[in-house]
Design a protein around this ligand. Structure first.
Ligand code: PGA
Length: 252
């Protein structure tokens, strides 16, 4: 049961096409071997075609930051998973806490999006994570377990084995206040145990679980040393090529 580390930068709503192209050109030839680590960036839809073109033929995986759960139709302003797939997108991040909080995405939406992403031959990176209030009330495990079960409902064992779940405590996102190594391990294990309860241990042994929330070059190795942390979803520290590449130094 060996899970390859998977490090993904999440650009959020940053970078125009020129900046995006310059970033990709600065990093693609410097990535560690894909035997050691899988590396990706989640980018805004507006720069996706630029990034896909610049990353073509490299080991850099490209993710969209969101999509809708229908392929086409009268859904003004939404992004089609079918078109994302046709463009060559590998992954789609869904259920990020910013989407849940500011755009009112529900567990049910996220579940439908996960199914639409698989139906179009891509893989979802499903985010979960609790608020500070829930954390302080000692209810993080129960809350996150519920989010995971709801997001995965109705997926097949094969699908769940191949997807990625990013545990990101909301109080650690963009705050500089990262979770302790113990908390990250404990909660990533909660995610894996939830998958085991719903789909069996063999599936749980394969699913990749990332930690996210103020991950930086200085703290990533500690998280990656945790048995249930298989990777990281990184916002702020993924925006500059030097810092993004430094996140990958832990494999050396
Ligand atoms: P951060 O963001 O690394 O800037 O805390 C993580 C995320 O939101 O995915």
């Amino acid at each position: 049961m060996s899970r390859k580390p998977f490090i993904v930068g999440n650009w959020k709503m940053n970078k125009n096409p020129e900046e995006a192209k310059a970033f990709v050109e600065a990093v693609v030839s410097k990535l560690p071997s894909s035997e050691l680590v899988e590396v990706g960036i989640a980018v805004p839809a507006l720069v996706l075609s630029t990034v896909l073109a610049a990353a073509k033929g490299s080991n850099l995986k490209v993710a969209a930051e969101n999509c809708y759960f229908e392929n086409a139709g009268a859904f003004t302003g939404e992004n089609s998973p079918k078109v994302l797939s046709e463009m060559g997108t590998d992954y789609v991040v869904i259920g990020h806490s910013e989407r849940r909080e500011y755009f009112h995405e529900t567990d049910e939406d996220i579940n439908k999006k996960a199914k639409a992403i698989f139906a179009n031959g891509m893989l979802p990176i499903i985010c979960c994570g609790e608020t500070l209030e829930t954390y302080e009330a000692g209810k993080a495990a129960e809350f996150v377990g519920g989010q995971v079960s709801a997001a995965l409902a109705g997926l097949s064992e094969e699908q769940v084995s191949s997807l990625v779940i990013a545990y990101e405590p909301i109080w650690a996102i963009g705050t500089g206040k990262s979770a302790s190594q113990d908390d990250a391990q404990k909660m990533c294990k909660v995610v894996r145990d939830t998958v085991a309860a719903d789909f069996g241990q063999a599936v749980a042994d394969k699913v990749r679980v990332q930690y996210g929330g103020s991950v930086k070059p200085e703290n990533i190795a500690a998280y990656m040393a945790c048995p249930d942390v298989d990777g990281a979803l990184v916002g702020g520290a993924s925006l500059q090529p030097e810092s993004f590449l430094a996140l990958l130094d832990f494999v050396k």
